[in-house]
Design a protein. Structure first.
Length: 302
């Protein structure tokens, strides 16, 4: 292939990559691979089974390239459902919670975007398995330190002809995190989480091989306990790295994006929790900028 054709492919597919590479991966995934909610770093009691269903909905119109708007009316909507299962128990004096995350949803692109025509995609995302191990879980001092590790298995719905416009990703992913939580008063808690993700190859991305550098994310929460049942939180998420290649050609799509999220959570019964979230992107370097993000979670513990 001559240089002119290579550069042409780079111009066409770089827009497609930055548009979809993170948003379409799974329902609970934003720029960070596995977003950590407020209070998630705090270890639950032992022998607790956790079942949660998430409804994650977002709308994006603006597409950014190197910090500049290249499209104002892209009309991308995602509506996802996530089932998350976990059980907490003690091993050698440490609290451990294995988890399974299963995604099903729909992605709608309302208009043609470069080489990708308007279409709708529905199906299952790649299942995620893993566990969180708490090195520190001390309710008396209100201190927690957890290490989650997850593996995304390429079993979701995927059509290589549509590249990133799929619910599944057709590649393995390893996601590692480190989370710290501290009660600074009886009412206020802070949480800080770092994430590092590694990506396998996708050998059928529009007939090409896609590779991606590791990505990193920082997440922080400030939570106020209104009472024993209800809390409100403000969160900040920042993601960077993760530049991709197509057939060895750099796509110049490195992430440097951030967003805010507000959360209200309440226990309607001792074993049933309802959580509502609203947020928006603050700044987007490459990719879609989310205008509105609305999440609902129903969680049952027993």
């Amino acid at each position: 292939m001559n240089i002119k054709n290579i550069l042409g492919l780079k111009r066409v597919y770089s827009i497609v990559i930055i548009t979809f590479s993170f948003i379409l991966t799974a329902a609970y995934l934003h720029a960070e691979e596995l977003a950590v909610d407020p209070n998630d770093v705090i270890a639950p009691p032992s022998d607790i089974t956790f079942t949660a269903f998430y409804s994650v909905n977002s709308k994006s119109d603006k597409l950014y390239r190197n910090g500049n708007v290249v499209l104002n009316d892209a009309d991308l909507q995602t509506n996802m459902g996530v089932l998350r299962l976990g059980h907490n128990f003690d091993i050698a004096g440490l609290k451990v919670m294995p988890q399974l995350v299963v995604t099903y949803g729909q992605i709608d692109l309302g208009r043609n975007l470069v080489s990708q025509p308007a279409r709708s995609s529905t199906g299952f995302g790649d299942p995620v398995i893993g566990a969180t191990t708490w090195l520190i879980a001390d309710p008396e001092s209100r201190t927690w330190l957890g290490i989650p590790a997850y593996l995304s298995i390429p079993m979701g719905d995927y059509d290589g002809q549509h590249g990133a416009f799929n619910i599944g990703e057709n590649r393995w992913k390893a996601i590692t995190q480190l989370g710290y939580a501290k009660g600074i008063t009886d009412k206020f808690f802070v949480e800080a989480i770092g994430e590092l993700s590694f990506y396998g190859k996708n050998n059928n991305f529009n007939g090409m091989k896609m590779q991606q550098d590791p990505s990193q994310s920082l997440m922080g929460h400030l939570t106020y306990k209104v009472n024993d049942k209800t809390s409100i939180s403000m969160s900040y998420y920042h993601t960077f790295g993760g530049e991709s290649k197509l057939n060895g050609i750099d796509q110049s799509d490195r992430k440097n994006n951030n967003r805010w999220l507000a959360t209200a959570s309440t226990w309607v019964t001792p074993g049933l929790n309802i959580q509502l979230q609203y947020g928006q992107d603050i700044e987007t370097q490459n990719g879609f900028k989310q205008g509105d993000r609305i999440n609902l979670r129903l969680a049952k513990v027993f």
